[in-house]
Design a protein around this ligand. Structure first.
Ligand code: C2E
Ligand code: MG
Ligand code: MG
Ligand code: MG
Length: 281
């Protein structure tokens, strides 16, 4: 009986592995189709000045309008996009979409300093990010100062020279570079010092814990001190309550981003957000 049980379990296990592999293969096939057919959508979330609560920039976030499964969020497909290399064309499309939105806002009188776009390490290693950025800016008549790219600490881990060179070239053009999700990685101070960045974004997990976990406050204080010493512009993400906003403002964050101000919304809704209309007025 025990033997039969064992076999039964093994069979069950291998069947679920097969179905997982099938699901992954189906997702990859769908993702290739999505790139060919242009099924991606950019949503935008405002970043507001800590002092005035007015939108100063917008972060572009990718969504996938899947023909059967509906609107999918990055958690559902970014990993697959990265491992397959499809993040390169998807990322290029996002750069174009973000620059087009920025140009449209400018024409409509929405006073934003810049738009930020998340960039995967794969785009820096495998793609010509500098060329893609130049193209997206030129096609939309935008100055490089209107664009920011957000990278993550995982880029620091292997100290990859060509990627640093690309970041340096972008900054030399006038494009801002932000380090996203700061505090979640394992980067050393030494690595951080070498990284060519202008903006640091404190990870949401610290913000979430500010009111409830007494260890979060000294951590945020340390991050603020680090950013100030390096003359970085400091943004806090995941701000959901007025109390968090007050604490972050007093601690010295320059910009705040989170559901307190707005969730990420489609392009057409962005201009109607209260924090954005104030900026245009
Ligand atoms: P991220 O760049 O750190 O973006 C912030 C994420 O936090 C977004 O999730 C946003 O919707 C969410 N968020 C913002 N404010 C709040 C808040 O107050 N509370 C909570 N609970 N969440 C908040 P989203 O859009 O699902 O994106 C997840 C991640 O996927 C992004 O994290 C980014 O790493 C990646 N991603 C998104 N778009 C792109 C893209 O175009 N290219 C690449 N390579 N990665 C992308
Ligand atoms: Mg980001
Ligand atoms: Mg982040
Ligand atoms: Mg993130």
């Amino acid at each position: 009986a025990a033997k039969a049980d064992g076999r039964g379990r093994a069979q069950c296990f291998s069947t679920s592995l097969d179905s997982e592999a099938r699901a992954q293969a189906a997702l990859l096939a769908d993702l290739r189709q999505a790139v060919a057919k242009g099924e991606f959508v950019a949503h935008f979330q405002p970043r507001v000045g800590a002092g005035d609560g007015r939108a100063s920039s917008a972060e572009a976030l990718v969504r996938w309008q899947h023909p059967q499964r509906g609107l999918l969020y990055p958690d559902a497909f970014i990993e697959m996009a990265e491992s397959s290399g499809l993040i390169v064309p998807i990322g290029q499309w996002m750069l174009q979409a973000a620059c087009k939105a920025m140009a449209d806002w400018r024409r409509a009188g929405v006073a934003l300093q810049r738009v930020s776009v998340n960039v995967s390490p794969v785009q820096l290693v495998e793609g010509d990010l500098v060329g893609q950025v130049r193209e997206a800016l030129a096609a939309n008549g935008l100055a490089p100062e209107s664009l920011e790219i957000e990278i993550t600490e995982s880029l620091l881990v292997d100290d990859h020279e060509p990627t640093f060179a690309q970041l340096g070239a972008l900054r030399a053009m006038g494009v801002a570079v932000a380090l996203d999700d700061f505090g979640t990685g394992y980067s050393s101070m030494a690595a951080l010092r070498k990284l060519p960045i202008d903006v640091m974004k404190i990870d949401r997990s610290f913000v979430t814990d500010l009111e409830t976990d007494s260890s979060a406050l000294p951590s945020v204080r340390a991050i603020v001190a680090l950013a100030q010493a390096a003359h970085l512009h400091l943004v806090a993400e995941g701000v959901e309550t007025p109390a968090q906003a007050d604490m972050l403002r007093e601690l010295g964050c320059h910009e705040l981003q989170g559901y307190l101000y707005s969730r990420p919304v489609p392009f057409a809704e962005f201009g109607r957000l209260p924090c954005v209309r104030q900026a245009g007025a």
